[in-house]
Design a protein around this ligand. Structure first.
Ligand code: FAD
Length: 101
């Protein structure tokens, strides 16, 4: 049986979420890692600053995003240097959506 690719995406910003979406469609096992548990739609931050919108209107839980695909999981971690410790978890034989790396 062919092994599925295991990929760690660091950062759940515009680029990270777009990459995760495309990779998920290929069937790869994707771990998206961000220092925050939410993604922020930055172009609308000025609306929050001027009290036109609430923070909940411009942010979105990364776990809710990940839940759209069975092969995507979200982890909250601040990556430092070359690694954030999620690579070994992504490579481990047993891939779990609920296990933290
Ligand atoms: C106020 C404001 C208004 C803007 N308006 C517009 C606009 O109108 N039109 C437009 O095209 N662009 C606009 N931009 C720019 C646009 O938001 C950025 O170009 C875009 O968000 C960049 O996407 P990105 O994925 O590269 O980075 P980001 O969206 O910044 O995502 C980076 C992610 O990586 C995470 N991260 C960073 N470091 C670490 C770490 N060490 N460990 C773990 N996670 C980490 C962060 O938490 C973040 O979620 C605006 C930006 C701002 C701030």
């Amino acid at each position: 049986m062919a092994r599925r690719a295991r990929i760690v995406v660091v950062g759940a910003g515009f680029a990270g979420l777009a990459a995760t979406k495309e990779l998920a469609r290929t069937g790869a096992l994707v771990t998206v890692v961000d220092r925050n548990p939410y993604a922020t739609f930055q172009p609308l931050l000025y609306q929050v600053a001027t009290a036109g919108m609430s923070t909940a209107d411009v942010s979105y839980p990364i776990r809710t995003f990940a839940a759209r695909w069975p092969n995507v999981r979200a982890r909250r971690r601040r990556c430092t240097g070359a690694g954030c410790g999620c690579g070994s978890a992504a490579r481990s034989r047993r891939w779990s959506r609920t296990r933290w790396c």
